[in-house]
Write a protein that binds this ligand. Structure first.
Ligand SMILES: *[C@@H]1O[C@H](CO)[C@@H](O)[C@H](O)[C@H]1NC(C)=O
Ligand SMILES: *[C@@H]1O[C@H](CO)[C@@H](O)[C@H](O)[C@H]1NC(C)=O
Ligand SMILES: *[C@@H]1O[C@H](CO)[C@@H](O)[C@H](O)[C@H]1NC(C)=O
Length: 460
């Protein structure tokens, strides 16, 4: 199948139907460089756009290979940090209509809804650099049986907002992981930097199991858990922890056993959770040491390049890959950012095997706050996917549109139905550099219904 060259700079999502072997575009969601269209729905006029059989390559022709079917895509989203949850909760108390319209615009995953349909949320276990204070769920020094473990150490607004998201999108996948073990389990004695005392490996695994049970008691089902955010980063100004591969492997092995014995056999364990640059080392060694305990690994964008993901996938093609963190910074160019995000993350990372595409903070204010007092992170200030203002208004940033364009392509077509899977696509012609394309098939509950095909196109 080929599709004629589009003319303007845009990202476009076309939903494609096949009728008697004629492929047609019926539905379009579009965001343009000049911001005249912002995740805007339209139908082609005249409808539909017919695909044609491959002929001589034009200036830039998209060729889809629906016989090559790859990984399932689990969704797009961001991290619900304490700061993001606090801003959202404040908006709810200040202006509940505005809060619910924002929540709907972010999370309503109904097919065809005017929403990005975000479906994957990463939630820190305890404090990060975007918290009101540093805390873990058990800050009683030496409490190795974890008698004083208390999920309620987290601000209640985190769980309130999560339950609100679930009330809009019951397909939400929640991924939890700590930025640091409790300070008393570490050589440094504080959550800020340092490393785990390896005498506490099984205690830390139990801490993670209790975290899953804590989320369950708050009414939040957990899809996946990680062992340690950014295990190659130790920073004395905010919760961080450097963790060698062997420690993460040992915690993962212990945790898998605890989870299987406590009703969490279906909850995934994701490892690594750090930059592309070390894809050939840390995540590969983690699988060498504990492949049966880890379902996959996750990547961040802050060092290396997206093609580094192949260093891992080439060695472990049957393990899952997640792209889980990148942040925009305040003051950068809107369209330049969108091009980079589509190239490297929301089309690019998927092309290199990822099943998700996530940004860092879901919501921040216009100055990239609030942050943990004294942290040196996010300098220049980080931008949230959403900006929430103290006067009860909100706006969405370029990260929203980049992820929204990709998200709509893979949401289930049917209630309770399958999620989109990536399929083969290439671009031919002398202008092929100008189009970056991802292609997806979303299968149906009833085998007699047509599959939905989608293409996500960035036009440089
Ligand atoms: C989601 O969007 C659909 C379609 O626009 C709408 O019917 C439904 O009420 C929305 N759901 C929620 C929870 O807002
Ligand atoms: C929080 O930070 C303070 C000051 O840096 C430190 O003394 C304290 O131990 C930290 N608390 C935890 C739970 O790590
Ligand atoms: C609310 O605050 C934002 C950010 O400071 C500002 O841009 C906007 O104009 C304000 N809106 C109202 C209605 O005051």
């Amino acid at each position: 199948m080929t599709f004629a060259q589009p003319a303007l700079s845009f990202i476009l999502l076309g939903f494609i139907h096949m009728v008697y072997c004629q492929w047609q575009i019926w539905d379009i969601w579009q965001t343009t460089w000049d911001q005249k269209m912002l995740l805007a729905y339209s139908q082609p006029n005249p409808a539909p756009i017919n695909f044609v059989t491959p002929g001589p390559i034009g200036s830039a022709d998209i060729v889809i290979d629906d016989t090559a079917v790859y990984q399932t895509i689990y969704g797009f989203g961001a991290a619900l940090t304490d700061s993001s949850a606090q801003l959202l909760y404040n908006l709810k108390t200040q202006n509940s209509g505005s809060y619910w319209s924002l929540m709907d615009y972010l999370f309503n995953a109904t097919d065809g809804a005017n929403s990005a349909g975000f479906s994957f949320i990463r939630v820190p276990l305890g404090a990060t650099d975007f918290s009101a204070r540093n805390y873990s769920y058990d800050d009683v020094s030496g409490d190795t049986p974890l008698y004083d473990f208390n999920i309620g150490a987290a601000p209640s607004y985190v769980f309130t907002v999560l339950r609100d998201i679930l009330s809009i999108n019951n397909m939400l996948r929640v991924y939890v992981l700590p930025w640091s073990p409790p300070g008393w389990m570490k050589e440094s004695g504080t959550m800020d930097g340092g490393s785990l005392n390896t005498a506490y490996i099984s205690v830390m695994a139990n801490y993670l199991l209790k975290s899953l049970q804590g989320f369950q008691s708050e009414g939040i089902p957990v899809y996946a858990i990680g062992i340690q955010n950014e295990p190659e980063n130790s920073n004395p100004t905010y919760p961080t922890c450097s963790m060698p591969v062997s420690t993460e492997a040992d915690i993962g092995i212990a945790l898998r056993t605890y989870m299987n014995g406590n009703g969490f056999g279906d909850t995934k364990i994701i490892g690594y959770e750090h930059n592309w640059a070390d894809a050939a080392n840390y995540p590969v060694q983690l699988m060498q040491q504990a492949a049966s305990s880890f379902d996959g690994v996750s990547f961040h964008c802050y060092a290396g390049s997206v093609s580094d993901q192949a260093e891992f996938t080439s060695q472990y093609p049957n393990k899952e890959v997640y792209f889980t963190e990148c942040s925009g910074t305040i003051g950068t160019d809107w369209w330049t950012d969108i091009k980079w995000y589509m190239d490297n993350l929301f089309i690019g990372s998927l092309a290199y095997g990822s099943s998700t595409g996530l940004m860092w903070n879901l919501a921040l204010d216009g100055n990239g706050n609030p942050k943990l007092s004294g942290t040196s992170s996010c300098n220049p200030p980080c931008r949230g996917v959403v900006q929430i203002n103290s006067n009860g208004t909100w706006s969405v940033n370029q990260e929203f549109y980049a992820m929204g364009q990709a998200s709509k392509a893979i949401l289930p077509r049917d209630v309770g139905g399958p999620w989109g899977q990536r399929i083969g696509v290439s671009v031919g012609g002398e202008l092929n550099w100008a189009l970056v394309v991802g292609a997806y098939v979303t299968k149906r509950v009833s085998p007699t219904d047509w599959n939905r095909y989608s293409i996500v196109v960035l036009n440089w």
